[in-house]
Design a protein around this ligand. Structure first.
Ligand SMILES: [Zn+2]
Length: 208
């Protein structure tokens, strides 16, 4: 596994959280489901050993403020993309890398339009912080985001790196509103569209 350092712009926390999500999913359910644990456990543990080592290395990078190169992060994403559960892994990672602290339930205090305004502000700020650049534009609508040629995507048509952005949008909206939200990836270059687009919305709580 590559661990390219320096001169990059992507915060190492992205890679760290991604591997932590992978590790969490692989242990222990898969271990228990194996038919012949005596044979498969050592192999699994060997694999998790590699991941543990890499997680420690990324933790070091996070502490030292090391940034990863675009190619480095794409290589890591390509590895994860080979897994059948890569959509969920990227989506979970997106939710894990943003932590917006709201001291009170803004969803009960501010009207939706203000909540969306906060969401757009936090989203723009977090993306710039994590990826070292502005990577998307806001389209017309409450929380509608568009990207052309997302740099995180590889060349694989089955690429699911877009789910990372879905996860980030989801988490920010959810934390602001303290309520259910929905984020759809409505256009995707992997599906032949000319750009990628995410539509996020807060689902208002209905009074019983
Ligand atoms: Zn996409």
């Amino acid at each position: 596994m590559t661990n390219p350092k320096n001169h990059g712009r992507v915060k190492a926390i992205v890679a760290l959280r991604l591997l932590e999500v992978v590790r969490e999913r692989d242990l222990p359910a898969e271990l228990l489901e194996q038919e012949n644990p005596a044979r498969t456990i050592p192999r699994r543990l060997g694999l998790s050993d590699v991941i543990d080592r890499q997680i420690r290395a990324y933790k070091d990078d996070v502490r030292k403020g090391v940034h990863l190169t675009d190619q480095g992060i794409r290589d890591l994403f390509t590895l994860v993309n080979r897994r059948p559960d890569s959509d969920e892994i990227f989506s979970d990672t997106g939710r894990e890398i943003v932590n917006v602290y709201f001291p009170f339930r803004w969803g009960q205090i501010f009207p939706e339009s203000i909540q969306y305004m906060f969401a757009r502000t936090y989203l723009a700020r977090h993306m710039k912080h994590l990826f070292g650049r502005r990577i998307f534009n806001f389209a017309e609508g409450p929380l509608n985001v568009e990207v052309q040629d997302l740099f995180l995507r590889g060349s694989d048509p089955e690429d699911s790196a877009c789910y990372l952005i879905s996860g980030i949008c989801h988490r920010i909206l959810e934390q602001i509103g303290h309520t259910s939200v929905e984020v759809s990836h409505t256009l995707c270059q992997a599906r032949g569209d000319d750009r990628c687009r995410w539509d996020g919305s807060i689902i208002p709580l209905t009074e019983e």
